[in-house]
Design a protein around this ligand. Structure first.
Ligand code: UD1
Length: 385
């Protein structure tokens, strides 16, 4: 069997790592080998957004890099499709494996199906029902086209059922990202918070005390969604709430996404953020580094889906700066650690005060057990049309 797996952006890397390991395990154990080709579309290309994760998670270098880079969504998807079609025609795989909801997921599932190649979507069935989110469009198209839909939770199976997907096409396998978390927890726990901050500190911050975060309560902020960072009238009040109120309670560590850094610079707000003595601005962190911080953080304020999931398993109280989520299983009402707060400052302030009263409470949704990659590969090998 010949499999092409596709990655494009940062959240794909922690999902592919356990799947590739599982293929390697299979090949050690079996005479009939799986031929695996890893394609990186190149959507994320900075060392800190891509290479660092390949190194941290021991992902073999991509066999093929399409070098797509940044651009509008149509540019990214279009360029990926043109380049990926050539790969498919040359390699003729039996399966294309796509992950998550990034532009690579959409582009490569469409291209594969047009070449009459089977597609398996890992992390299928998530729905935010927010069509203003590019990721929701990516999820819908990918799931509609995929032959095999591997879901992280049973709510996702229900979503697929409602869309008319047959039972034989979907399989509940659990959350593959938690395989990565479990495999790397031990290594992360050995890192020093102080070193992580000092090694990733963005220059220009003079009064930062990394030891304060290491010794005292600290929080983490991550923001990258266009809906939160692309408009000054949204990002500025958020930034002021963090700087003027939350930082009075605790030091905040903010690993800044390239898009957010660019927007804050364009809005003329970057220097203010940089000069705040209790707001620690760091470059995008490596996998173990952010996991280490998350293990001890008193609170996470984020618009990332993956961090919502990691907070659930680690028990970190999490304010999700979105109005909806495709991952309801991470919410408090489903037993998780996260509360949806949107980007309205008074609502965030209220929920923040409430959250400060809560304790860490790790929970483990069904099949988020570190063995999802095994179930993914079994489902692919056992697939019958
Ligand atoms: C993408 C995913 C999003 C995911 C996020 C994680 C889609 C539709 N979105 O969003 O689901 O949560 O990745 O980071 O696929 N840039 C760099 N260096 C890089 C990559 C990007 O500087 O290595 C800058 C560029 O200015 C670029 C901007 O960041 O324009 C945004 O990058 P892009 O790949 O368009 O999407 P993300 O916002 O990262």
């Amino acid at each position: 069997m010949k499999i092409i797996s596709v990655v494009g952006a940062r959240p794909n890397f922690m999902k592919i790592a356990p799947f590739i390991k599982e293929i390697e395990n299979h090949n050690h154990r079996n005479v009939q080998k799986i031929e695996h080709i890893l394609v990186h579309t190149g959507q994320h290309y900075d060392d800190r957004m891509s290479k660092a994760f390949f190194e941290d998670l021991n992902i073999p270098e991509a066999d093929i890099n399409l070098g797509i880079g940044s651009g509008s969504h149509a540019e990214q998807v279009g360029h990926t499709m043109i380049a990926f079609e050539k790969v498919l025609r040359a390699e003729k795989p039996d399966w294309v494996i796509v992950l998550g909801d990034v532009n690579a997921t959409l582009a490569c599932s469409v291209t594969a199906r047009k070449e009459n190649i089977k597609v398996c979507h890992i992390e299928a069935g998530l729905r935010s029902r927010d069509m203003a989110m590019p990721e929701e469009i990516n999820r819908l198209v990918t799931d509609r086209l995929s032959n095999l839909l591997l879901t992280p939770d049973l709510l996702s199976n229900e979503n697929l059922r409602q869309e008319g997907v047959g039972e034989n096409q979907m399989k509940f396998v659990g959350n593959i990202m938690i395989d990565t978390l479990e495999q790397n927890r031990e290594k992360a726990s050995q890192l020093s918070i102080e070193n992580i901050i000092n090694q990733n500190l963005i220059p220009g911050q003079n009064n930062i005390s990394a030891s304060e975060a290491a010794n005292g309560p600290f929080g983490i902020v991550t923001l990258h969604r266009p809906s939160n960072v692309d408009h000054r009238e949204v990002i500025e009040p958020l930034m002021r709430l963090i700087m003027d109120e939350i930082c009075n309670d605790m030091v905040i560590v903010w690993p800044i996404h390239p898009r957010t850094l660019k927007q804050l610079t364009d809005f003329g707000l970057w220097n203010e953020v940089l000069e705040h003595p209790r707001l620690i601005m760091v470059y995008p962190l490596g996998y173990h580094e952010l996991l280490r911080l998350n293990m001890d953080a008193s609170i996470m304020l984020t618009d990332s889906g993956g961090l919502q999931e990691e907070c659930t398993v680690l028990g970190t109280p999490c304010l999700t700066l979105r109005w909806n989520t495709e991952r309801p299983i991470t919410l408090k009402e489903h037993g998780g650690a996260s509360v949806l707060v949107g980007n309205n400052v008074s609502r965030i302030r209220r929920e923040y005060r409430e959250t400060l009263k809560t304790q860490r409470k790790p929970v483990r949704p069904e099949l988020w057990d570190g063995h999802t990659a095994e179930r993914c590969l079994v489902a692919i090998l056992n697939y019958t049309e």
